[in-house]
Design a protein around this ligand. Structure first.
Ligand code: NAP
Length: 297
């Protein structure tokens, strides 16, 4: 339980609603900043403006998945007024307050480090990234179905990267009957791909693998689907790039060759905001409870 604990939320989207529900369920005191247009009223939560006074006794501050931009702007789908998280707000936080977000930009990281405020980036955590790979894969499959005129079953697909998303995706495509090759670089990943009944190849060999591919899914956040690779692909092939912006594809050259290449960020929040919110809510509840135990509260 989080009785006596003060959790404040600044901005966010539908995913945050699950986290708010969970905190109220666990009896935390909840303050909502930037939720002016939120229709459902949570009993047990108070809407406030972003001021020093509100922040000064907060134990856990929860920002949206993308945290802030490089100027401190915080997005909120529940508020039409601009929200900015600035140094003047950070100085008001208690020294043992913990700030939680999905992924922090350098702006937020630098600001919090300067004031010795702890920051937890949820999407960095293996458990959250693995749970999150489930809606990500469902979103990637949805995009493949929407953008091709063939079945996934029997198609030639390539997955690049055998990380948290790559492994879940390769396994799901295999289960659907696709002929799956996976590009990786570490020997242990090659071994795992082979063990999964899939065909491994070294990422440096990508250009020799693509001549008959129907769909390439990229999860590597570096330029790997280069012009040289795209030049070898069929014009009917589809590229679905799941890696964080700017992705790992030469989109300019793909367009020039008439090959459809789609950057697909934020799929969990698009295809399954409720599940994506529950994944965050469960992780946050666990972390905040650990934080309160560490303080002996
Ligand atoms: P991850 O576990 O770190 O996996 C990334 C994989 O890429 C690892 O296997 C890594 O191998 C490999 N890799 C990195 N650099 C490489 C290079 N230069 N050459 C070859 N392989 C390389 O990350 P993840 O959780 O699977 O996420 C993958 C990407 O998808 C991230 O950019 C993440 O932000 C994004 N993402 C997008 C969505 C969405 O909705 N589109 C959802 C979740 C995640 P090593 O370990 O050997 O470096």
């Amino acid at each position: 339980m989080l009785t006596g604990y003060h959790v404040a939320f600044i901005g966010g989207d539908a995913r945050q609603l699950e986290v708010i529900k969970k905190c109220i369920q666990l009896d935390a005191g909840v303050t909502l900043i930037g939720f002016d247009n939120l229709e459902s009223s949570f009993s047990g939560a108070t809407k406030k403006a972003l001021t020093c006074d509100v922040l000064k006794d907060v134990d856990a501050l929860i920002l949206p998945i993308v945290g802030t931009d490089d100027q401190g702007n915080v997005e909120s789908v529940f508020c039409s007024k601009p929200l900015q998280f600035l140094e003047e707000h950070v100085v008001c936080l208690k020294k043992n307050c913990v700030v939680y977000t999905g992924m922090a930009k350098p702006y937020l990281r630098t600001l919090l480090t300067r004031h010795k405020i702890a920051l937890v980036e949820l999407l960095d955590r293996d458990d959250v990234a693995i749970y999150n790979s489930i809606p990500t894969v469902e979103g990637a499959l949805m995009m493949a179905i929407q953008n091709t005129d063939i079945t996934i079953h029997g198609s030639q697909v390539i997955v690049l990267g055998l990380g948290r998303v790559g492994m879940s995706l390769a396994r799901s495509l295999h289960a659907l009957g696709a002929k799956v090759r996976v590009g990786a670089k570490r020997p242990e990943h090659m071994a795992r791909i082979y063990e999964m009944g899939l065909t491994p190849f070294h990422i440096s060999e990508l250009k020799y693998q693509v001549s008959n591919v129907d769909i390439i899914f990229n999860t590597i956040p570096h330029l790997v689907i280069t012009a040289e690779v795209i030049a070898q692909m069929l014009q009917t092939a589809l590229i679905i790039d799941l890696a964080s912006k700017p992705g790992g594809t030469d989109f300019r050259f793909a367009e020039r060759r008439g090959i459809k290449a789609l950057l697909a960020p934020g799929l969990p929040g698009i295809v399954a905001p409720k599940t994506a919110g529950q994944i965050l809510a469960n992780a946050l509840a666990r972390l905040i409870a650990e934080q309160s135990q560490d303080r002996g509260e």
